[in-house]
Unconditional design. Sequence first.
Length: 209
Amino acid sequence: MLKIDLLRHGETTLSHTLRGSTDDDLTKLGWLQMQQTIDQSGHAVKLNSMQKPVQWDVIFTSPLKRCRLFAEAIAEQKQRPIFYDAGLQEMHFGDWEGVSTRIIYENQPELLANFWQQPTQFTPPNAENMQDFYQRIFNTLEHIQQQMQENGWQHALVVTHGGVIKLLKCIALNHSLDDILKMTAELGQLNSFLIHKDASIHLVQEKQQ
């Protein structure tokens, strides 16, 4: 089995909106949220004598700045190889990109409610639909698994987005994709998964910051 730790980016300049594939920046707080999570993982041995500090073999990241810039800093700090994968990007929200849910509710309340309740059946205007998003993430996970197997890597850090983490939780917990918005993926939080040989995944832990 392989282990992947998915780190959601921290607060961004557009955190009040559905930024999706919009390439906004981390705030100072957002960077700090991620750094604190990494630091706590690295100091696990001090928190519990039965644990060892986390040692990642490789880092994968979404190419969007709110993930990429921090991932590059950690790769340099820990001297680990880094790979950029567009498949790790957030769902694209189409006409709702960079728009707050308050504004959407004021203009398209019925469509927003339908999307929250049944995202597999209702897609924002000109957005990526849930089936395509699922297939993209599934293919990306297979690609990461293949790269790790070919290089003998056992443990990877994956810097990505809330929607990606929530979708993988749905898969790991055998939930309907309509439950994706009920899953948790807090800013700066690590969620750990095991990837089995048959490409199935298992959620092993969450770390709330």
